[in-house]
Design a protein around this ligand. Structure first.
Ligand SMILES: Cc1ncc(COP(=O)(O)O)c(C=O)c1O
Length: 450
């Protein structure tokens, strides 16, 4: 028998959270800019598997079983940016299902490794950090293809109403009870939008004056779990008409406040928590009687490689570790080279690209010929990285002049970064890389052709 008072449980599933076993809310005292408004963080890593998505994973499976959608199916497939996969993997392990998770190889290694450790069949793809429907090579398309197979079922957190329903049933009632119905403002980061939509619906049913506010990252962000405005177009659970407002927060603000939460409030929050709180501070006024609750989805422990990238001043140079450790030296050195290249001035934005193209710079698309044929930046020449690696410049695509300015481009700016490094090693010192790749090119109105 599960006993929340004694904290004794029949199985891990007994620890799933609801109004009788809520995740805690904790008052913020040092990072808050307010004199009057009280700020509470809802710590979702107190869910049994460490993140807000445990609620959704449980409810997606419960709902599918109750609707008889699973029958004898033993294989689940779900594209995920990590936390849904982890929650689903544990629910699947407990209930005897097998989980397959197509995902982007941009997701921190920590998360991909944990998914494998949980027993998932992980399929890594060159995709956006947050899977994009309609991207033929993407995680969502891969999952849809797999779900066609007879013994597979896709729960699809991006369209399934059981996602927001999980929060309508649990997160909303918990917050209403924990604030004794005095909450005035509710803030959440926007990923699938299950958290804000489900919790918001419940809170507004209790008191229509509760302000429901959403926070999303800027285009080209590196905050796992949440979506830029463009990416929000890809979830069917984004209902801005039900919210009182949304705001955009960039990487820098999100990681900076995330660090302050850990160092000043001793709260082990992750980057999307820093993002949500920064947005809350922008939208919520400082007034007596204001009670603000912000959802903190998960901890920092899965993002050390991300904070290392975005807060490099906090960490020693890797080389010391490489000379100390020495093994696998080559891999560490390569990662250090890529990290440094990523932070260098050779990684450029669209403004700089426009200037360089006016000066006759050469645009090299390093994706596969199929991807290139589908759509590419106007004027770009195709030289697949694989070909460059294996055969060098066998077709004479590259300019003879080694001082020529070459700009490499791919889907999201990662493969092209390696291509830029390779070109430099071939003597093309003025090789550059477009940050965010074709995704940024198109988002900023760059012309494309088939
Ligand atoms: C770390 C993190 N933050 C925020 C979110 C956003 O939550 P939702 O998908 O409910 O909008 C997610 C969702 O996966 C997440 O994993």
């Amino acid at each position: 028998m599960n006993d929340h008072r004694l904290r004794t449980y029949d199985s891990m599933l007994g620890l799933l959270c609801d109004v009788d076993n809520p995740t805690p809310i904790v008052r913020l005292n040092r990072v808050t800019p307010y004199k009057h408004t009280q700020v509470y963080a809802k710590l979702e890593w107190y869910n049994p598997f460490g993140a807000v998505k445990d609620r959704v994973a449980w409810n997606l499976v419960r709902d599918a079983e109750e609707q008889g959608l699973l029958g004898d199916v033993k294989n689940l497939v779900e594209p995920t940016s990590g936390n849904t996969g982890m929650g689903l993997a544990m629910i699947a392990n407990a209930k005897g299902y097998k989980l397959t998770t197509p995902l982007s190889d941009a997701i921190p290694a920590e998360k991909r490794n944990v998914l494998r450790f949980f027993g998932c069949d992980v399929i890594e793809l060159d995709d956006d950090l947050c899977p994009a429907p309609g991207a033929p090579e993407g995680a969502i398309q891969m999952a849809m293809d797999i779900s066609e197979k007879p013994d597979f079922h896709m729960l699809n957190q991006y369209v399934n109403e059981a996602n927001p329903d999980a929060h309508y049933r649990t997160t909303g009632p918990e917050i209403w009870k924990q604030t004794e119905g005095k909450i005035t403002h509710f803030v959440a980061g926007l990923g699938t939008c299950g958290t804000i939509t489900g919790t918001g619906r419940f809170l507004k049913e209790q008191n229509g004056d509760v302000a429901v506010l959403g926070v999303h990252p800027a285009e080209g962000h590196d905050i796992p779990g949440v979506r830029s405005l463009r990416q929000l177009g890809q979830t069917q659970l984004f209902h801005p008409e039900e919210y009182n407002g949304t705001v955009e927060i960039d990487n820098k603000e999100a990681y900076a406040l995330c660090a302050r939460l850990n160092q000043e409030e001793s709260i082990v929050a992750g980057p999307s928590s820093g993002m949500a709180l920064a947005g809350a501070f922008e939208m919520v006024p400082d007034e007596p009687g204001n009670i603000l609750v912000v959802v903190f989805p998960d901890t920092i422990f899965k993002y050390t490689s991300s904070v290392r990238k975005h807060l490099p001043h906090m960490f020693p140079q890797e080389t010391e570790v490489a000379s100390a450790g020495g093994d696998p030296a080559a891999e560490r050195t390569l990662r250090l080279l890529l990290d440094n290249a990523r932070l260098s001035n050779d990684v450029i934005d669209m403004g700089q690209v426009d200037d360089l193209i006016d000066d006759e710079a050469v645009l090299i698309d390093v994706r596969t010929p199929q991807e290139y044929a589908e759509e590419h930046a106007e004027g770009a020449i195709n030289l697949p990285l694989a070909e460059l690696e294996e055969q060098g410049d066998k077709h004479g695509t590259l300019p003879a002049d080694k001082d020529a300015v070459i700009i490499t481009i791919c889907n999201v700016g990662k493969i092209s970064l390696s291509a830029m490094m390779l070109l430099k090693s071939l003597g093309y010192n003025n090789a550059k890389n477009l940050e965010g790749g074709l995704t940024t090119w198109m988002a900023e109105g760059g012309p494309t052709q088939m």
